[in-house]
Design a protein around this ligand. Structure first.
Ligand code: 5RP
Length: 290
């Protein structure tokens, strides 16, 4: 029971100062619930409004690919430079120390591998995302894939229903089907479908005309890096995406398969958060290269 002696009346109500209305700094997120905003603000830097997410969820479809043979050796040294870690629950529990306190974007669907047909996936139980203290759940969508489109949209819908209930944002990840053109028309459609179905963030690929993809998507977009490129080209990709309005990157191979992943993630950060040009980013990469 609180001590009730000497109760002091409040007398400093700041009557000269109006209460400011608060607006949220991320596109399309003003009307979200508090928990969703809190989690998004762990992922997206509040000054730049952008994020450098480190994706290392590749193993669940392709096993121990190059650069991901040992998460403890390959990935943990990069973690301090990332704004958010994107991985599966198996890898997070087995290899990422909870004491890192890094925002986690939990890969929340799983299913087929590169050995069969991709994207025949189911969504994990949201309770596990809560237990991992995930800041977001990522779910893949195979838009345009005759076999998997409906199932993966249903997966996203399910994840969004659960995420709304517990305040966990959902990131829709657009997988590009074999027969899909990797152009602005396709990525605009796929990104918009994610947002229309409730994704709070969309992860897609950079393409020519990317500013139209961003403009027609009402929520923040981050780009995947795709297959490994020479470092300067990868930094150019980040630069162009940011310039066209992306809210950051969720990059994997172009970081962990770099000849110097620690230098590369810092160079990517420089481009995404600090406005470095690709050439400046590359100079930083070369300076930091060990
Ligand atoms: C595919 C993913 C990967 O995490 C994504 O493609 C990022 O990796 P990369 O930059 O290597 O393309 O979401 O399931």
């Amino acid at each position: 029971m609180a001590d009730l002696d000497d109760l002091r009346e409040g007398n400093n109500f700041g009557l000269d100062t109006e209460v400011k209305n608060q607006s949220f700094y991320l596109k399309g997120c003003d009307n979200l619930d508090w928990g969703l905003k809190d989690r998004l603000s762990r992922i997206f830097n509040k000054k730049s409004g952008r994020t450098v997410m480190l994706a290392f969820d590749h193993g669940f479809i392709m096993g121990p690919t190059s650069g991901l043979e040992r998460i403890d050796l390959n990935i943990l040294p990069l973690a301090e430079h990332a704004d958010c870690l994107m991985a599966t629950r198996g890898i997070i529990r087995a290899s990422v120390p909870p004491t890192y306190n890094k925002p986690i974007c939990l890969r929340s669907d799983a299913g087929t591998t590169i050995l069969t047909e991709l994207n025949d996936n189911v969504v994990i139980d949201v309770a596990d995302a809560v237990k991992i203290n995930a800041s977001a759940m990522a779910v893949m969508l195979a838009i345009g894939d005759k076999q998997m489109e409906a199932k993966t949209i249903a997966n996203l819908t399910h994840a969004v229903n659960q995420g709304q209930k517990y305040g966990i944002p959902v990131m829709g990840v657009t997988a590009v089907g074999k027969d899909m053109a990797r152009d602005a028309r396709y990525f605009s459609l796929a990104s918009r479908v994610c947002a229309e179905n409730g994704a709070n963030v969309v992860k897609t690929y950079y393409c020519e005309g990317f500013s139209n993809v961003v403009a027609s998507c009402p929520v923040p977009i981050v780009i995947a890096g795709g297959k490994k490129l020479p470092e300067l080209d990868a930094l150019e990709l980040c630069y162009k995406a940011i310039n066209d309005g992306a809210s950051g990157v969720d990059m994997g191979r172009n970081v962990f398969q770099s000849e110097d992943p620690i230098a590369m993630i810092q160079a990517v950060k420089g481009v995404v958060h600090d406005g470095l040009s690709p050439a400046q980013g590359f100079e930083l990469f070369n300076d930091l290269k060990g």
